[in-house]
Design a protein around this ligand. Sequence first.
Ligand code: HEC
Length: 159
Amino acid sequence: MNKHSKKTLIPFVALGAAISIAVGTTACGTHAASRGNADPVRGRYLVERVGMCQDCHSARDQKGAFVPEGWLAGAPLPFAPTVPMPWVGVSKPIAGLPTLDDAQAMAFLTTGELPGGRRALPPMPEFRFSAEDARDIVAYLRHPIAPGTPGDAAAAGAR
Ligand code: HEC
């Protein structure tokens, strides 16, 4: 390597170092965001669009539309099994998660286990959410927002 090429090489090495520091910082930031505080907006998405909890846990009117006051408040199920099987025909209230503390709710959503080693009966699915998903779901369920209510408009505005 002659004198000239050495000179041009140094700025590139410095640039490379700067880029790797920048990338490292960004990757670190993303990592922190995904592991940081509970995200109730993501929790709402998981409840309403992935777990479809409202299908069983929310009251409906006679046309089958959700009633805002009955949002995630527990409801009689509008369907039943066609063969004999263990079955609970009424869902529990999950707005505010009145029956479980955070650790119990996390355990239930990640393993299917309720306090005392009990398990929910069908048709409650035995979810196996990741810890991060469960944490976000719990954050949302502590303060759920019924779609179409003034609180919902405020939440949409905040996004
Ligand atoms: C297909 C219907 C259905 C769906 C979908 C459903 N559930 Fe349930 N869930 C039930 C029924 C029925 C029970 C009551 C089961 C029992 O008492 O053994 C129940 C029970 C529960 C309980 C137990 C409360 C307790 O202390 O016993 C929690 C918590 C719960 N559901 C949360 C959820 C969440 C969160 C979702 C969505 C991610 C969800 N459920 C989706 C039907 C459903």
